[in-house]
Write a protein that binds this ligand. Sequence first.
Ligand code: SAH
Length: 239
Amino acid sequence: MTATMSPVIEAPRPVWRASVLTLFPEMFPGPLGISLAGEALKRGDWSLDAHDIRDHGLGRHRSVDDTPAGGGPGMVLRADVLAAAIDAVCAGDARPRLLMSPRGRPLAQARVRALAEGPGAVIVCGRFEGVDERVIAGRGLEEVSIGDYVLSGGEPAAMVVIDACVRLLPGVMGHDASGAEESFESGLLEYPHYTRPRVWEGREIPEVLLSGNHGAVARWRREEAERITRARRPDLMRG
Ligand code: SAH
């Protein structure tokens, strides 16, 4: 008996979905609605929903924060309010839950790539002094920082995370974004780029790039990437 070949049918990849919890949903999509990310959003290559934490606020004033236990300045987002907001968006959802936080693990391309390969992300934006510590463990939030400085709120940080992920989604940027030569992908910063004109204000394009010798160009780029990385980010050089 001959086996019949059944055609391989690939299940359509579900759309990468970002859900943002914020006190300022009107900030979204903001910059994410423009250019590559925005066009991909309009095409339906990814989706974005922003949820107002205040919808779960308490009392007539829909209060979301309170004074810090132990005293001190500022206000803290309440665990019960934030948990209710999270549960409404993603109870039983397989997506990773991120909390934007200067205390978090610094965002790096490897984490971005893993997030982009997954189903999406739920992203909680802090405000004020931050969030009640108990909700972090209680809802399994992964604290992520975008750098060693303090923003007034997590929204710009959430946009950074989403932008970095979306450009890696299939079809959003084509080959460019997945190329192994980009900064961080090979553990090195990228080599310098040039385009026309050949001479600008007396500065010339390096001769090798005009030589048509692909091997020499590749070697030069590799050496430049290493030189720049050694000078600027020796921490990235392995071995
Ligand atoms: N008191 C906090 C800072 C609060 S800033 C501290 O000293 O750590 C208010 C909110 O902005 C934070 O809850 C967080 O969501 C966001 N935020 C600020 N800086 C950030 C950074 N570097 N990366 C990611 N999120 C940040």
